[in-house]
Each structure stands twice: as C-alpha cells, then as structure tokens.
Ligand binder design. Structure first.
Ligand code: COA
Length: 199
C-alpha cells in the first residue's frame, strides 16, 4: 500500500487525517487479482466505454500488469493500470510501462489525481518511463504528467502479420524514467513500432 500524496491546497498535511477517512492505493499484479477486483475493473470499463470494452482480464493483460486501486476506506473510487511493454527503438530495447484503463468511479473528488500520483511514484521508485495516450491531456497534466501533443502518430502498431496500424488521434502523457526514452522519440523523426495496439 502506498501513502498518498496530499492534494494541492493541503500544504503537505495528511489528506486522509484531515478528512477523517482512510485513503490508500493498493497495487496488485494482474495474476494476483481477485474475482472481485476483476469485476470492479470490468464494471468501470463497461460503465465508461460500453460493453465492447469488457476485457478477459487474465488473457488481455500481461500477468505482471500492475493494477492501481485508490480506495476510500474499503471502496475502490479510482483505478488504472501500468502494462509492462518492451519496445525496440533505434537498436535498443526499452522496458517501459503503458498507462491504461484510467477511470475514476467517483469523479471530481481528486481521486484520479491520487491515482496518477501513485503511478508517478512508481515511475520514480522504479526509474521506468511510463507512457499513455489520451484525448484528455488536461486532466493528466494537472495530475502531474508531462504531455506531448498528437504523440500517438509516432507509434505504429505492427500486427504479427506485419500489417501496420496507425492511430491519428491521441496526445502522449508520460513521466520519463532513467532511459530518457521519450526525449529520444521526440528528438528523432523515426517512428516507434509497438507490439501492443496503443494500449
Ligand atoms: C478523467 C478522469 C479519470 C478524471 O478523474 P477525476 O477523479 O474525476 O479527476 P480529479 O478529481 O482528480 O481532477 C483533478 C483535476 O483535473 C480536472 N479534471 C478532471 N477531469 C478533467 C477532464 N476530463 N478535463 C479537464 N480537466 C479535468 C479537475 O477539475 C481537477 O482540477 P483542479 O485540481 O484544478 O480542481 C475521470 O473523469 C474519468 O474516469 N473519466 C472517464 C474515463 C476516462 O476518460 N479516462 C481517461 C482515459 S485516457
């Protein structure tokens, strides 16, 4: 369990103590998710994005995908995941984290920001770059991530058959790790070929 970074305005005091409630982030590997946690993830995905976004959690995510659950007392109020991704780029292999499935079940209470604070802590602690794509970069920027406009256009999904899939709409949201992967991609004109479809 991570201690949460207090929201701005609380001047570093303990947010959960002030509110008289307990806020925690629980981080669980995909392979260790309980049935209930899988249900919570799919319920949130279907409520936000429709039935076609229901996942077979054990099959569709890597066993080491990390799920972040922001909990108010014992109730999940925000969730999201970081997928382990291996990317070959300009003769080097990068191990980065793909930010995905970010959903606040309870919105506009700062829980999404807490979730992203937890992901940033993970990036700082592990030294890993984390990267996602979104149409809602303003929220992620406020929550502390860096953004790169239309960054998705530089990432091409290569199907196992060799077919290339482009995605034209989506800004990058990231926190750069020790590998400086993002700076390298921004500087170069070369596209990045990925083996997972824009996670
Ligand atoms: C986007 C989302 C995760 C935000 O979570 P949240 O818990 O409501 O956000 P917070 O309460 O932590 O908001 C933090 C700040 O971001 C702002 N904000 C929240 N959602 C925003 C949005 N969609 N656009 C711009 N700003 C936003 C809030 O006003 C707040 O600003 P403040 O600090 O100045 O008060 C939530 O709206 C959601 O679940 N959306 C549906 C799923 C989705 O689209 N996920 C992103 C997929 S890429």
């Amino acid at each position: 369990m991570q201690n949460l970074v207090p929201r701005k305005g609380f001047k570093g005091r303990n947010f959960s103590r002030i509110m008289g409630i307990q806020m925690k982030i629980q981080i669980v590997e995909n392979k260790d998710l309980t049935k209930n946690q899988k249900k919570t993830i799919n319920k949130a995905r279907v409520a936000e994005w429709g039935i076609e976004e229901k996942k077979r959690i054990s099959k569709d995510y890597e066993p080491e995908t990390l799920w972040f659950f922001v909990k108010k007392n014992r109730t999940v109020v925000s969730l999201g995941a970081i997928r382990p991704l291996e990317i070959d780029y300009m003769s080097k292999t990068y191990s980065i984290g793909g930010i995905c499935s970010v959903i606040s079940i309870v919105k506009n209470k700062g829980y999404g920001s807490m979730l992203i604070a937890g992901m940033i802590k993970y990036s700082k602690d592990s030294g890993k770059t984390i990267l996602g794509f979104t149409m809602q970069k303003e929220f992620f920027k406020l929550a502390g991530l860096k953004t790169e406009e239309e960054f998705i256009q530089k990432f091409i999904y290569m199907k196992p058959s060799g077919e290339q899939i482009y995605d034209s709409r989506g800004d990058g949201i990231y926190y750069q790790g020790k590998d400086k992967f993002i700076s390298k991609v921004i500087k170069s004109s070369k596209p990045v070929y990925i083996g997972v479809p824009h996670w």
